[in-house]
Design a protein around this ligand. Structure first.
Ligand code: HH2
Length: 255
């Protein structure tokens, strides 16, 4: 899954793709590099806090010139939003997947919209604040159970659900690392798992580095995430990720 941020304030590339032409060109590059899904977001989720909340109108306005041209590239598009209205509009404009970083637990209308469109949904774990004292694997598991209740009550089919532990969201760096190390704990749900470790801050705590200097750490995290059962990884740097995953897969096959 390649990341296209149409935002002024994303933590690693804020402002680079706010111009619609730059965003479309970025989506085209990522598709050419082998992204199987393009994830478009117009509101920074700022995993570490400090995001500027975006109004519905502003989010729509940022997406409006970008979404249809990106859909036209022919790669399935996921819409990274926590607003049901944005999700509904994007699905009508051709987006294929909803990526909700609050796992159907923020906007009470999100599950209905997803069910009505028969769309696949990425349910991501989140918390308002990190708490180093909690058992994060248990917290994520309980969150997923609540989200799945909401999904099933709304009539979302289980074949259309992907679970994501939300690396960096309401977690200490150690808890983010634990979520990748113990990813198999979430396999019990029997659903595909997504991991988005790209450029995230836990990498900085291991090897101090600015977001744009975290490619090596992102690749290491994604390779191990796949080794531990991830079906999808969410990456800003698609070409190196595709190469790393292909080499790892070839070595695994030859074992
Ligand atoms: N991470 C970010 C945003 N959306 N969605 C899922 N499912 N999983 C993630 O780990 C995830 C996500 C944060 O990264 P980015 O989009 O680069 O930053 P920002 O939210 O600041 O735009």
């Amino acid at each position: 899954m390649g990341v296209v941020n149409v935002t002024p304030d994303s933590f690693s590339d804020g402002g680079r793709f706010l111009d619609p032409k730059a965003a479309i060109a970025q989506a085209e590059s990522l598709a050419g590099e082998g992204a199987d899904i393009l994830d478009i977001g117009a509101e920074s989720t700022r995993p570490y806090g400090g995001a500027m909340p975006v109004s519905l109108a502003e989010e729509r306005q940022r997406l409006d010139p970008v979404l249809r041209p990106v859909v036209a590239l022919g790669v399935p598009v996921s819409i990274d939003t926590i607003k049901a209205e944005v999700a509904a509009w994007a699905l009508e404009a051709g987006a294929a997947i909803v990526n909700d970083v609050w796992g159907l637990q923020r906007d009470p209308d999100m599950a209905r919209v997803v069910a009505a469109h028969g769309a696949p949904i990425v349910i991501m774990h989140n918390r308002d604040a990190a708490d180093p004292a909690i058992d994060i694997i248990r917290d994520v598991t309980e969150f997923f159970s609540r989200s799945l209740e909401i999904a099933w009550s709304a009539g979302i089919h289980r074949h259309r659900i992907v679970l994501d532990p939300g690396i960096g969201f309401g977690k200490t760096p150690e808890q983010s690392i634990a979520c990748i190390a113990r990813l198999h704990a979430f396999a019990a749900f029997g659903l595909p798992l997504l991991v988005g470790a790209s450029r995230k801050r836990f990498i900085n705590t291991i090897t101090p580095s600015e977001p744009m200097q975290r490619l090596g750490g992102s690749l290491a995290a994604h390779l191990l995430a796949v080794e531990h059962g991830a079906a999808i990884v969410r990456a800003h740097d698609v070409a190196p990720t595709v190469q790393a995953l292909a080499v790892a897969a070839a070595i695994r096959r030859a074992r």
